[in-house]
Design a protein. Structure first.
Length: 323
């Protein structure tokens, strides 16, 4: 089968298209013929091994997993003898961080992993980006314990995490202020934001409104800069560790002062998560934003584009061209 492989860490050019052996399946596994996948910030971090501690997960000197990729959508090609929850021909999608392997024509996953049947009325290209950024966004919402009627600011509202966060927050009944660039004001309003701040025209940290939670979904600010935006008892969450890993340390310290707090959103990847997004996509309450599509043969170009930091939503890799 064709796959995007790498044997060393580095820039996008370490990725090449090669022929590799089709994965085998055990008694409790599902073999998926991948129709679409994505390139996202998570993939870029694993490919480059940046920050350095990523190597503890993927291999100190060289990658243990040749084929990267976390998100996918496709068709079940075979099932193990012990699998009853999926059948050959099922349209499925899911998330496979850690084991990876979605940047290929075939993928083997556990039947009880982060996999579910696809939402009705959704294409492979639309379903494939339905888990990565969104499961981080869901972790933000749950860690902040967002309640209906609360005010939440989302910094980076056009990224994969931010665009999902705006939609999830509206699903939970929050009032959302979204921060984005001038060119994306209409897009973010269309996602449901109640108010939009153009960061190119004003410094969002000088906003006069106060919030129950601030989500920095691009990790480009700090608690120190955003603290004034929070109501008493409000919470700040970031997608990144922050300078000197402060976003891991401040959650231990800020609760001691009974004021504004920092929390760090650790996401869960399980079947419940995928089914949750299936339901939201089926109801129309969540739709992943897609910026660009590339064929598998041009996956290096996709990596280059994602690393510009300019993508809007998600970048999809088409493995099987749609009919």
């Amino acid at each position: 089968m064709k796959a995007a492989v790498h044997s060393r860490y580095g820039p996008p050019t370490v990725i090449r298209i090669d022929e590799v052996e089709k994965p085998s399946i055990g008694d409790h596994d599902v073999l998926v013929r991948v129709h679409a996948t994505t390139v996202n910030r998570t993939d870029c971090a694993y490919r480059a091994a940046k920050p350095f501690f990523m190597r503890a997960l993927t291999g100190l000197a060289r990658p243990r997993r040749a084929v990267l990729g976390t998100e996918y959508a496709g068709v079940v090609d075979a099932v193990g003898s012990g699998v009853t929850s999926f059948s050959v021909g099922d349209r499925v999608f899911g998330y496979n961080e850690g084991a990876f392997g979605t940047h290929a024509e075939y993928l083997s996953v556990p039947h009880d992993g982060a996999i579910a049947t696809m939402p009705n009325g959704v294409t492979f290209d639309q379903a494939a980006p339905g888990t990565e950024g969104s499961h981080y966004a869901l972790a933000f919402v749950r860690k902040a314990d967002v309640q209906a009627g609360q005010d939440v600011l989302v910094h980076g509202a056009t990224g994969a995490i931010g665009s999902a966060a705006v939609q999830l927050l509206k699903h939970h009944g929050a009032t959302v202020t979204a921060v984005c660039g001038t060119e994306n004001l209409d897009l973010v309003k269309g996602l449901g934001a109640d108010r939009v701040v153009d960061y190119k025209a004003q410094d969002f940290t000088r906003d006069e409104q106060r919030y129950d939670a601030v989500f920095d979904t691009v990790g480009k600010s700090t608690f120190g800069r955003c603290r004034r935006l929070l109501k008493p008892g409000g919470v700040y969450l970031s997608s990144e560790l922050g300078p000197w890993c402060q976003n891991l340390l401040l959650p231990l310290v800020t609760p001691l002062f009974r004021g504004r707090k920092v929390r760090f959103p650790f996401p869960k990847q399980d079947q419940e998560m995928v089914r949750y997004f299936r339901g939201l996509m089926e109801s129309g309450e969540f739709s992943p934003v897609i910026d660009r599509r590339y064929p598998l043969e041009r996956i290096v170009d996709a990596y280059r584009y994602v690393e510009t930091g300019q993508k809007t939503g998600n970048v999809v890799i088409t493995v099987v061209p749609p009919n």
